[in-house]
Design a protein around this ligand. Structure first.
Ligand code: FMN
Length: 304
């Protein structure tokens, strides 16, 4: 059998396929539909300090090239998460990454610290696409603020910290550098992309909030570009694994991410269409790696 194991921080995943935050349940509920033994890791829903009800429905629209969503980080809050969800991590046959969101550095530190009290949450991922209540600036949009945030969480946490960046600023070289310099063990590239869809019959936005985040097939080439650029910019030299995320729908999309410089591949929207797509892609990726006659690690970043 082809060895697809991959190192992510202190953990060795059985294969590079990771289910993306917010798309596989709060704590891997997708396990009812697929065998998590075929998946490298799952990421939890992003959790905040206080419970959040999220945005008004409609929160999701199906578009020709993907999905538009403005869920608004609906979640039960860290206390309930630690009591009711975290213990389930022990029963999942895969590595669990805890996703953290917040509106202040203190909030991120608090939530990440709480997650680190569970021995079964092996890595922390920071969703930095959230506005800072102090100045309204998105954490991930300002390299100095991002560096401060990541340093604080890395210091407070005894787990590897993954930083998930958005492609919205265009060139995110400075953002990636800030995250790596602050001690990030890996980067997840990318989050959804701000987008708008209008219903021409009503003249209203397709989702109540108006602007939402675009995910799915349409964003894949953007994500490949960002993975390639950040691999060249800093990740190759500093040996920082990238979790290439955005629009993976077929095994070729996953292979493309690997060639662009990703060590792992995140899958989100495609699981809504076919919940078992991740295990299929993992099997097909194994066959592609086998045909290349090279270990997976030496295929990473082969496109230069
Ligand atoms: C319905 C939905 C909910 C999401 N919730 C989160 C979340 O809680 N935290 C987060 O970091 N990303 C969240 N994302 C973004 C995904 O994790 C992923 O980065 C993005 O959808 C791109 O990957 P994809 O095209 O494979 O879906 C969400 C995406 C969708 C579609």
């Amino acid at each position: 059998m082809t060895d697809l194991s991959v190192k992510l921080g202190t953990e060795t995943l059985r294969n590079p396929i990771i289910l993306a935050a917010g798309t596989c349940g709060v704590m891997g509920e997708i396990k009812d539909a697929i065998d998590l033994g075929q998946i490298g890791a799952i990421t939890t829903k992003s959790i905040t300090h206080e419970p959040r009800v999220g945005n008004e429905p409609h929160r999701v629209a199906d578009l020709p090239a993907g999905m538009l969503n403005a869920i608004g980080l609906a979640n039960e809050g860290i206390d309930s998460f630690m009591e009711h969800q975290a213990p389930k991590a022990a029963t999942l046959n895969t590595t669990v990454i805890g996703s953290v969101a917040g509106e202040s550095i203190e909030e991120y530190v608090h939530v990440a610290g709480a997650m680190c009290t569970s021995e079964y949450i092996k890595l922390i991922e920071l969703n930095v696409s959230c506005p800072n209540t102090d100045d309204g600036l998105e954490f991930g949009a300002s390299p100095p603020l991002l560096q401060e945030l990541v340093s604080a969480v890395v210091e407070a946490c005894d787990r590897p910290v993954i930083v998930k960046l958005s492609a919205a600023p265009g060139d995110i070289s400075e953002h990636a550098t800030a995250a790596v310099n602050a001690g990030a063990s890996a980067l997840t590239l990318i989050n959804t992309i701000p987008a708008l869809a209008i219903d021409v019959h009503t003249g209203k936005a397709r989702i109540t909030r108006g602007i939402g985040g675009l995910s799915g097939e349409g964003i894949h080439p953007i994500a490949v570009r960002v993975v390639h650029q950040m691999y060249q910019h800093i990740c190759k030299e500093r040996d920082i694994p990238i979790i290439g995320t955005g629009g993976v729908t077929h095994w070729e999309d996953a292979a493309e991410f690997i060639l662009a410089g990703a060590s792992c591949v995140g899958i989100g929207t495609a699981s809504y269409i076919n919940p078992s797509i991740s295990s299929q892609i993992s099997a097909q990726l194994a066959s592609w790696v086998h045909k290349q006659n090279k270990p997976l690690s030496s295929l990473v970043g082969c496109f230069c």
